[in-house]
Design a protein around this ligand. Structure first.
Ligand SMILES: Cc1ncc(C[n+]2csc(CCOP(=O)(O)OP(=O)(O)O)c2C)c(N)n1
Ligand code: SF4
Ligand SMILES: [Mg+2]
Length: 333
């Protein structure tokens, strides 16, 4: 979809798309609502023209995000949205590139792209709507499905341990690593704003419940799955730091670490990884902003690509470049 410049300020109606076929109560509605708020503030407050925002997606329920919005977008193939996003970020570094994926999309078929995007520090934001299942294909367990999760593909409960995308992103050198939840819109929007304004690769893994295929014993009916997450599954990183620091870190370590959890601290990666491990022992997953570290060059910077002379806008016509093309040909002879 190609979007023309619209006069600022823009309203929610300007960025609302035709809508996706999502079940009533799907967590992905919450992710959309948060992102729309962010888009309004990116355009109206930060002054980024709407046509400089580009969103991409793969295939899945979550990947129908472009249909929920009216922005420049590319709805691609299952697991392959990250290479497209990477191409956009390199071809025109002045774009705000946001990729919406699913947990199967990103951490299954698209896993190698995900890890390399972290390592290469592509300047983009990846929002993964993590519901622990393959929603679009009727609810098989995904790589993030927790141990014991019963689905159509794991009728006796999942026995293969889940992937932890936060640990992978931290270890692979992402600039920004966070987890949001779809039912807390304000907090999720704040995380998205921070991710978009961080230079480098940003991962936001969002628990976005599938109300149709994610079932937990004792939690019946739509809305119950949110209760399951709230009561049994998530723990905020700040809270985890307060509650667990004594059991996880030695006195000597605590003496040099901040009193409150700080994602910008130079040892935040270490703190986050150890708290994730400790929470996992109790069957819990951490949420919140875990890491912000803008010290590494982005992929575009490492390649010498600048926003002032974006490759996408370079004039490569033969007539305009005849002299240099002749020079190159002469070198090859
Ligand atoms: C190459 C390829 N393999 C498999 C599929 C089938 N397929 C479509 S969506 C999907 C999984 C979707 O799960 P997820 O990425 O978690 O998104 P959700 O629907 O849960 O939001 C699969 C396996 C496909 N479309 N293309
Ligand atoms: S199947 Fe699940 S993920 Fe897909 S729209 Fe319905 S609730 Fe959402
Ligand atoms: Mg999924």
């Amino acid at each position: 979809m190609a979007i023309d410049t619209v006069a600022r300020p823009i309203s929610a109606a300007d960025i609302t798309g035709p809508g996706a076929w999502w079940c009533n109560g799907c967590g992905d509605f919450g992710v959309t609502a948060a992102f729309k708020d962010v888009l309004l503030s990116v355009v109206n407050e930060l002054g980024v023209p709407l046509e400089r925002v580009f969103i991409v997606s793969g295939i899945g329920c979550s990947s129908k995000e472009p249909e929920m919005l009216r922005v420049n977008a590319y709805h691609g193939q299952h697991g392959r949205s990250i290479p497209v996003a990477m191409g956009l970020a390199l071809a025109n570094p002045s774009l705000v590139v946001v990729d919406f994926g699913g947990d199967g999309d990103t951490y299954g078929i698209g896993m190698e792209h995900f890890v390399h995007a972290c390592i290469k520090n592509v300047n983009m934001t990846l929002v993964v709507m993590n519901n622990q299942v393959y929603g679009l294909t009727k609810g098989q367990a995904s790589p993030t499905g927790h141990l014991g999760l019963k689905t159509s593909s794991t009728p006796y409960g999942k026995t293969i341990r889940p992937v932890n995308p936060l640990k992978l992103a931290i270890a692979a050198g992402a600039a920004f690593v966070a987890r949001g939840v779809s039912w807390r819109k304000k907090e999720l929007a704040e995380i998205m704003r921070m991710a978009i304004t961080t230079r480098g690769f940003s991962l936001i893994d969002v628990f976005s419940p599938c109300v149709t295929y994610h079932r937990e014993p004792g939690y019946r009916g739509s809305g119950a799955i949110v209760d399951w997450y709230r009561l049994n599954y998530v723990v905020d990183i700040k809270e985890a730091w307060r509650r667990m620091q004594e059991q996880v870190f030695s006195e000597e370590e605590r003496s040099r670490l901040p009193a409150d959890y700080d994602p910008t601290h130079h040892e935040a990666a270490l703190m986050a990884l150890r708290l994730i491990e400790e929470a996992a022992k109790m069957g819990r997953e951490v949420t919140g902003v875990l890491l912000i570290n803008e010290s590494a060059p982005t992929m575009a910077e490492a390649l010498g690509i600048s926003a002032d002379r974006p490759p996408a806008l370079a004039d490569i016509a033969i007539e305009s470049n005849l002299a240099i093309y002749r020079e190159w040909l002469a070198e090859l002879r």
